[in-house]
Design a protein around this ligand. Structure first.
Ligand SMILES: Nc1nc2c(ncn2[C@@H]2O[C@H](COP(=O)(O)OP(=O)(O)OP(=O)(O)O)[C@@H](O)[C@H]2O)c(=O)[nH]1
Length: 311
């Protein structure tokens, strides 16, 4: 039977994370509306990749300085992921709690790395830190709201973080039970294999989930660009025509007549000529707001073009 070695998995995780980070960076550069959060996520995956490759290069049993560096890159990766979700969700990016536990976590990593030459203590430091950070990440993923087109992605990502939480809790239990007997990522240990395998799935799944999330946002932005009038933010002519088509079909089916109202601002040209186009724009915006405020829920209101509106 072919043996799967956890150390080779570390290599796979590292390369996967670096490639995923590069792909997210390319997406960020290529998107016309640079989506908030995409850049921190790209750096997060690159940072996580560096952490995994560093521990692979050291054979999984890191020396003191390498451990501190690995822990640092790993912590930066989780912080950047969190920061990315806050930005993507348009939430305040204050992260006092997460930054505080990361500073304490890094201080512990420095102490354990430089003064305690024990594998199980290093593993415990990473596990405890992850156990504190992962619920914060899950909360950030789910707090983005139940927006259509993003639900599945949010479920996938939070499910993956929850799975990772289970893995680190399990690993911490192993560390507590076996303690000093643990000397590294032993390839014969099923627990280590599950742990590393879980991380590989997580990196791949996380990338997939983030791409889904971003494409949901891009789709929504494109639809809004295609169907919204940029000045008044009400529907544009194209959106109105689509709506009118649907209303006519409904009308024929239900034998209930619809009413079409065309509104034109008389002598609007004079406003532009006398007060300038900027003031003319304000009049159009005010007009749209006032009409909108007086409409019923099911009414469709759109700018037909220039100073002509349709209800
Ligand atoms: N400020 C501003 N002006 C616009 C915009 N779109 C169209 N206009 C102006 O609206 C004016 C429309 O002119 P007309 O079609 O002659 O309309 P009017 O002056 O209201 O004349 P009547 O409709 O015949 O009463 C033109 O001066 C356009 O430049 C816009 O987005 N902003």
């Amino acid at each position: 039977m072919m043996a799967i070695d956890p150390i080779s998995m570390l290599f796979t995780v590292g390369i996967l994370a670096m490639m995923a980070g590069g792909a997210l960076y390319a997406m960020y550069r290529g998107l016309p509306s640079k989506i908030d959060g995409l850049l921190p996520w790209a750096y997060a995956l690159l940072s996580g990749g560096v952490a995994a490759l560093l521990s692979w290069q050291q054979g999984g049993v890191l020396n003191g300085v390498a451990f501190v560096l690995t822990a640092g890159f790993y912590m930066v990766a989780l912080l950047l992921l969190l920061y990315g979700f806050r930005r993507f969700n348009n939430q305040p990016s204050r992260m006092t709690f997460s930054v505080s536990i990361s500073i304490v976590g890094l201080a512990c990593a420095v102490w354990v790395g430089l003064f305690a030459n024990e594998f199980y203590l290093r593993m415990a430091t990473i596990c405890v830190y992850s156990i504190m950070m992962l619920p914060v990440l899950i909360q950030a993923v789910l707090s983005g709201g139940d927006i259509a087109g993003q639900r599945l992605a949010r479920k996938i990502i939070s499910g993956l973080f929850a799975g990772m939480l289970v893995l680190v809790v399990w690993q911490l239990v192993m560390v507590c039970v076996f303690g000093r007997a643990l000397k590294g990522f032993d390839s014969s240990s099923v627990s280590n294999l599950v742990f590393m395998g879980g991380f590989s799935v997580l990196v791949f799944g996380l990338f997939f989930g983030l791409v889904l999330l971003v494409s949901g946002r891009v789709r929504a932005e494109l639809a809004s660009l295609a169907y919204t009038d940029p000045l008044t933010t009400i529907l544009n002519r194209r959106a109105f025509m689509d709506e009118a088509g649907r209303a006519l079909t409904r009308e024929r089916r239900e034998h209930r007549p619809s009413v079409l109202l065309m509104l034109d601002l008389d002598h609007f040209k004079r406003i532009n000529d006398r007060y300038g186009h900027t003031q003319g724009d304000c009049v159009l915006k005010q007009f749209a707001e006032r009409i909108q405020a007086g409409l019923r829920g099911g009414d469709v209101f759109a700018r037909y073009g220039g100073e002509e509106f349709l209800v």
